[in-house]
Design a protein around this ligand. Structure first.
Ligand code: EPS
Length: 386
């Protein structure tokens, strides 16, 4: 039985994007509306380019699903590119600083940066969102919730009140085009994006993802490859344009003494029937992960996105054919894609949590996964009892 995994294929202006998901148990009802809803959200958010008015992202299942349910075979999903013109699109000879253009051209020995940028493009994240949203169909079966939102655009910050539940976080986030849970900050973010557009410039920001309702013990400290914190960091850090990832208190944990960092432990037998098994923490600076494993507290992970590297005003660069100094090429581009990136982060995190969940509770069918999960919880509740 393969572990849950996925691959993507496709170029920004090729015929389609593909997400290929392997290792999903049989018998899972596929919520196509959930997947398409996430794809729509990814296309939205303030600051997106004209490209998003062209595309109408939705998935078409090519395999792995029969009568609305998974049948354990590899699941191929296709998202059609309406702006399909890869063979006719012009060469890009003046690499954009910050994009994959120069590094890719020197790697694949070409003067046409399009050879690289078509795949490096963040368009690929549509396929990642499709895979992650499919994984959420599994998480939903076990009441595991994932939510992502924007906490910073440029220098404007807006964090949700601590302790806000997932439903409320979604409601606050979905009330504005910045996908930020603080409505006042969202207005300032949108104003900043408008100013940046006038300046022919671009903006980055920070997104945050929380996971709730999962059990402890996902991931493992036994092999470095299995540590869930590392895997989540790769998933988020590999999103196009991401330059930093932190979990819980993150970099701020370095400066504070241990007495103020570590999350003290309580036990309350009346909540033993929850996936937290009765344990709770007085803080969650660990972001729900200790020793590369979930500890039962919400997972909290943030990713920092640099500003989009395609600037209307251009940046100093070099023509790869003549080696003469020239401004970088301009292609139609977003001013910021931080709101969209929060959707991507949410879904790639969901995929990693689902993967770790199936590693612990995996079975050929959803029924077997459920039985393994229930058995684990029942056994864990007896821990320490004679
Ligand atoms: C991107 C450039 C733009 C963005 C694109 C990412 O595409 P285009 O060159 O067609 O205008 O719109 O993002 C998407 C297409 C998307 O679906 O997110 C880039 O260079 O990374």
């Amino acid at each position: 039985m393969p572990t849950l995994d996925y691959r993507t294929a496709g170029e920004s202006h090729g015929p389609a994007l593909i997400a290929l998901v392997e290792g999903m148990p049989a018998g899972l009802a596929v919520d196509v509306e959930l997947i398409n809803g996430e794809l729509r959200r990814r296309q939205g958010g303030y600051g997106r380019s004209g490209r998003m008015k062209i595309e109408r992202d939705s998935v078409e299942f090519l395999s792995g699903v029969r009568r609305g349910k998974t049948i354990a075979s590899p699941i191929a999903m296709r998202i059609v590119n309406r702006d399909h013109r890869i063979d006719d699109a012009p060469a890009v000879l003046r690499p954009r600083p910050g994009h994959a253009d120069l590094a890719g051209s020197l790697k694949w020995l070409t003067t046409d940066c399009r050879e690289t940028l078509e795949r490096a493009s963040a368009r690929e994240t549509a396929a990642r969102v499709a895979a992650g949203a499919l994984a959420r169909c599994l998480l939903n079966e076990f009441d595991i919730e994932v939510v992502g939102y924007v906490v910073q655009v440029g220098s404007v910050t807006g964090v949700p009140p601590s302790g806000t539940n997932v439903g409320k976080l979604r409601e606050l986030r979905d009330a504005n085009e910045a996908y930020c849970c603080d409505g006042e900050a969202a207005k300032r973010m949108i104003a900043a994006i408008k100013r940046t557009k006038q300046d022919k410039d671009t903006l980055g920001g920070i997104v945050e993802v929380q996971v709730h309702g999962h059990p402890p013990g996902l991931g493992s400290c036994m092999r470095w490859q299995d540590k869930l914190d590392g895997r989540l960091m790769q998933a988020v850090g590999s999103i196009q344009a991401f330059k930093g990832v932190e979990i819980g208190l993150g970099f701020d944990a370095a400066a504070a003494p241990g007495s103020r960092v570590h999350d003290e432990i309580d036990f309350d037998a009346t909540s033993i029937d929850t996936p937290r098994l009765g344990f709770s923490r007085r803080s969650n600076n660990a972001g729900g992960l200790e020793g590369g494993m979930t500890n039962g507290e919400p997972i909290v992970i943030r990713g920092a996105m640099k500003p989009i590297s395609t600037l209307l005003r251009g940046l100093d660069s070099v023509n790869l054919e003549t080696k003469a100094p020239e401004r970088s090429d301009y292609e139609r581009s977003d001013i910021t894609a931080v709101p969209a990136a929060s959707v991507v982060a949410e879904n790639v995190v969901a995929f990693e949590v689902a993967r770790a969940f199936l590693e612990k509770f995996g079975g050929d069918t959803l029924g077997e996964v459920r039985a393994a999960y229930d058995n684990y919880l029942a056994t864990a509740r007896r821990l320490g009892s004679p």
